[in-house]
Design a protein around this ligand. Structure first.
Ligand SMILES: [Ca+2]
Length: 386
């Protein structure tokens, strides 16, 4: 009996399918290697014994399961992983032995740790802009909008988020669905949850959401790919966001952020809407600053907290028309020529709920603007159809 069939007997169907396929898809485990123990299959005494049992007749299933469960219990598991596994069993009804088996296949990944420690968003604005607000991304955005115009219009009608903003986010997140990530999400979340102390609590929480997400949707956990931080699909949703904000926008009864552009577009619109996106609201305005206390202003953050009148009394003059009673936040971007001062309005803050970086939010805004401008120049179509 081959190991795939054995696993099918011992684990639930979905889990077995995932493990079997994974070996084929990723090549992560060499042929003949036991995915659970790392031993060669032929030298694995439990496997040999179980193989004999199983080949004898089918009624050895229960015994084989017991033997296999015992093997899983003795697997080398870190104490914090064990604690986490037990909590998953207690709080969500996962089978601890099955979970240990699966987690034994999650691999720490050095590349992920390196990427996590040097995120692009920590670079100065001009670096980030040159990386993301590019002519190829503008071209790609115009093409994406043309191809999905009706869909984007439907999303704007429902969620109030303009076509260019949804397009821009998808452009920055995955280059319009072309780059949805090459890491195993399970490996990424395991690595950042249990191998890197910084934000480990957050990533353990995401791993929890990930396993719930895969259970709820009958996804194969070991087949799912994403970014080094576990963001998935065309809009790069982390697992908690996928569970909370992703929507079935093509009405096929499933939420598929990898293969359905409709679901991706609707989900981005829903996400921003749920965080308070204001239809036809402003995003950001440049500011002239005639005060030395820029640091104090910066400590306000991008969340709106002062009205334009209050900004003026502090020596900050918004450029452009913003109503006096509108609230804004304040931030500084590092450009090649020096600092740029900005007042963030509600919609800028909402974009930072997608990614906390002010560089990210500004890139989304500027790319969106350029996409809308170029589309208008090329096609004569304006951003709005009203
Ligand atoms: Ca769908």
């Amino acid at each position: 009996m081959n190991s795939a069939l054995l696993e099918t007997c011992l684990l639930d169907d979905a889990l077995a399918r995932r493990r079997t396929n994974r070996k084929d898809m990723t090549g992560k485990y060499a042929a003949g290697e036991d995915a659970i123990s790392g031993d060669k299959v032929r030298s694995h005494p439990i496997r040999r014994r179980v193989d004999r049992l199983m080949s004898f007749c089918g009624i050895g299933l229960a015994l084989a399961a017991a033997i296999f469960a015992q093997a899983a219990l003795s697997a080398d598991v870190k104490p914090e992983v064990e604690e986490w596994v037990q909590r998953m069993e207690r709080e969500h009804g996962f089978d601890a032995a099955e979970l240990r088996n699966m987690m034994a296949q999650f691999k720490p990944n050095e590349t992920i740790i390196k990427a996590f420690n040097t995120p692009a968003t920590s670079k100065p604005w001009h670096f980030f802009r040159n990386l993301y607000v590019t002519s190829s991304r503008v071209d790609g955005g115009v093409a994406f909008w043309e191809k999905h115009a009706e869909l984007l219009e439907r999303a704007r009608a429902k969620y109030g988020v303009p076509e260019e903003v949804i397009t821009s986010i998808i452009g920055i997140e995955s280059f319009y669905g072309k780059r949805t990530g090459r890491f195993q999400v399970a490996d990424a979340l395991y690595t950042l949850g249990f191998e890197v102390p910084r934000r480990s609590k957050f990533f353990r929480g995401q791993l929890e959401h990930f396993l719930l997400l895969t259970r709820e949707n009958d996804f194969a956990p070991l087949e799912i790919k994403g970014s080094f931080a576990g963001a998935m699909g065309i809009p790069q949703f982390i697992p908690s966001s996928y569970r909370e904000y992703a929507v079935d926008f093509d009405g096929d009864g499933r939420v598929d952020l990898w293969n359905s552009v409709s679901d991706a577009v609707g989900s981005v619109g829903n996400y921003l809407s749920r965080f308070g996106w204001k239809a036809d609201g402003q995003v950001v305005v440049p500011a002239n600053v005639s005060t030395d206390s820029v640091e104090n202003l910066e400590s306000l953050g991008v969340k709106p907290s002062l009205t334009m009148s209050q900004f003026r009394s502090r020596g900050v003059e918004p450029e452009g028309t913003v109503a006096d009673n509108t609230s804004g936040g304040f931030f500084v971007l590092e450009d090649e020529d020096g600092p740029q001062y900005w007042i963030s309005l509600k919609n800028f803050y909402v974009i930072t709920r997608y990614n906390r970086s002010k560089n990210y939010a500004m890139a989304v805004y500027q790319l969106a603007q350029q996409i809308a401008q170029q589309r208008q120049q090329q096609t004569g179509k304006t951003a709005r159809r009203e």
